[in-house]
Design a binder for this molecule. Structure first.
Ligand SMILES: Nc1ncnc2c1ncn2[C@@H]1O[C@H](COP(=O)(O)OP(=O)(O)OP(=O)(O)O)[C@@H](O)[C@H]1O
Ligand SMILES: [Mg+2]
Length: 180
């Protein structure tokens, strides 16, 4: 056989949903939680990172709260606006893992999170979900999944795009598509 063999580009795994009201955002977060629970059940040592993007009030904290509570956390999930990070200990079918919820909006220096020891949290089994990752200006580890929330014309409308950025991210987002 002759000729150049161009490697097949791997398909861009992404998922987009128009949510007309908050309950639809909540049900999408619940479906993502089911995919995450399935992935962590099969990969108990895994760690992955989710970027939550969108303007002030877009619904990042609301989405993270639904996600963390669906994964089994029974207490309050507050916005980590002042603490920068809130940890949530969770339990899959066979093991414990941690969700670290960050809000970096108030961070003044991109290196502040490294000084606070947050870098160590990026390989603890479980995941980090990060609001305002752009405030860390490229000092964060790579993301596996990116979630973009965009307000629509009506007050409660949001378009939510979920993109896989790594092989791990693909497994989770593919499961989300299958479970839909
Ligand atoms: N479809 C929707 N999805 C998500 N939130 C919605 C929706 N409709 C209305 N809301 C409301 O929008 C607000 C979103 O606030 P939230 O604190 O989650 O935003 P945020 O993106 O985390 O903001 P910030 O950048 O200040 O942290 C909440 O009051 C929520 O009830
Ligand atoms: Mg928030």
């Amino acid at each position: 056989m002759t000729g150049n063999q161009t490697p097949q580009a791997s398909p861009n795994i992404s998922f987009k949903q128009h949510c007309r009201q908050e309950a639809e955002t909540a049900s999408l977060a619940k479906r993502l939680a089911a995919s995450i629970a399935q992935f962590l059940g099969q990969n108990p040592e895994a760690h992955f990172n989710i970027a939550l993007q969108g303007d002030l009030g877009a619904g990042k904290t609301t989405f993270a709260r639904d996600l963390i509570q669906t994964l089994g956390y029974e207490g309050k999930v507050k916005s980590p606006t002042y603490t920068l990070c809130e940890p949530y200990l969770l339990q899959s079918t066979q093991h414990a893992y941690t969700a670290h919820h960050f809000d970096l909006y108030r961070m003044r220096d991109p290196l502040e999170w490294q000084e606070a020891g947050f870098a160590e949290l990026f390989d603890v089994p479980g995941f980090c979900v990060i609001e305002w990752p752009e405030k860390a200006e490229g000092t964060l580890p790579a993301f596996d999944i990116e979630i973009q929330l965009t307000p629509g014309a009506e007050e409660n409308e949001r378009t939510i795009a979920i993109n896989a950025l790594s092989e791990q991210g693909k497994k989770i987002v593919v499961a989300l598509q299958v479970n839909t």
